[in-house]
Design a protein around this ligand. Sequence first.
Ligand SMILES: Cc1cc2nc3c(=O)[nH]c(=O)nc-3n(C[C@H](O)[C@H](O)[C@H](O)COP(=O)(O)OP(=O)(O)OC[C@H]3O[C@@H](n4cnc5c(N)ncnc54)[C@H](O)[C@@H]3O)c2cc1C
Length: 443
Amino acid sequence: MTEAVKPPKKPRGKASLLEGKCIACGARCQSVCPVDAIIMNEAGEPIVDTSKCIGCVKCVKVCPVQALEMAFTAEEKRILEELAKSSAGAAVEAAEEDPEEAALRKRLSVYRGVWVFVEQTRGEAAKVSWELLGKGKELAEARDCELAAVVMGENVEELCRQAIGYGAKKVYLMDGAVLRDYRTEAYSRSVCKLVEKYKPEVILMGATGLGRDLAGVVATELSTGLTADCTGLSIDTKGNLMQTRPAFGGNIMATIICDKYRPQMATVRPHVMPMPDFDASLTGEIVREQAAVTEDDIPVKVLKVMMDGGSSDVDIAGAEFIVSGGRGMMAKENFSMLQDLASVLGGVVGASRSAVDAGWMPPDRQVGQTGKTVRPKVYIACGISGAIQHLVGMQDSDVVIAINRDPEAPIFQVATYGIVGDIFKIIPALTEKLKALKASRSR
Ligand SMILES: Cc1cc2nc3c(=O)[nH]c(=O)nc-3n(C[C@H](O)[C@H](O)[C@H](O)COP(=O)(O)OP(=O)(O)OC[C@H]3O[C@@H](n4cnc5c(N)ncnc54)[C@H](O)[C@@H]3O)c2cc1C
């Protein structure tokens, strides 16, 4: 008689700090550790006592900036790989859990893959979709699963090739007249049809007007969770998407997980994630599917499409140089001073919410939590205090220059260069200097 070989126990790993990522948020990791395996050093960073760590992942989950990860020895990695390959992996895990947990794991285990919805208007993709493919690739690699794009519209096959160039291994294409213009019902039912058939673990969409509408309806239809406006995404070993976003008026960063439902859905604003490189040599598979509806099923008809005639034709979200003004500008007419500086730089003028609320600038120029997220090469903040709701919209700019007469203004904490002084003296002087510099170079 042969004895059944007991499968190896799944290694849990030990928590480990990623160098340079900790923001000393206040020892949240230490407070959740059930075995006191974490002590904080003088810089407020955790030191993990690996002899005590039990691999419960609580510190990793609570970290708002994904500065902690689970580290495995070479032998543990080998066992994990083996378990992942064999169906025994799921069985081992299930056997270790209580029956309810095991049933949950079983239900969730059929979901696999990371999807990015490619938003398009008349065949032109929204850049945020490509940014999400960059992040999606990272998540798919961490889960060792496939990155796929979903393309819907009419005559949009070219977008599939673009999606592949940005990293998608597979593209689900629904091409037809019924999907020419975005309509909630046509798109949401079609996305749900794909999800029910192929069961992805994660779906990402841009936090644009379209993406917010579609993601909300799809999540409701599928009875799953959706986290809007994420600023950070990572994934743990169980496949839980760590969705970080500002909460409570932007005063804290919360990491949200949806551990009981799949797919996990998140929206991310444009310019929050970096743009990946395009590689025309990449290859991938295009899977064609029929839309879930016909024209007769949809009561909403598109009679005429009017392209955005909004309050201004400036897209601050895509600008490389932004000169932003806040309440310190004192009056609407003073923004012409910022426009002069922006023009010399070849940039645009943005604003804080206070400036927008005062009617000095149109709402589409607002930077921040309830405005736009920007990621320019240079962001010049003029008379802006640096409230957290403003910072979340601009802190990933390559270079931040802050001009403020209050040396204690929080904007200086995120500034690459800070100028303490009166904007009404500094900005004209800066503009003149730059004009002179440009003139001397063109000579
Ligand atoms: C839910 C919620 C969402 C929000 N969303 C956003 C958002 O998307 N974007 C946003 O910006 N805000 C947002 N806010 C508002 C935010 O909390 C702040 O009130 C706002 O950002 C402050 O704008 P400000 O910096 O222009 O004004 P203030 O905070 O009043 O700062 C003005 C600054 O100008 C400086 N100053 C004045 N005169 C001069 C001078 N002559 N020279 C130099 N410096 C000078 C002052 O020292 C001061 O630091 C939100 C708030 C909430 C509650």
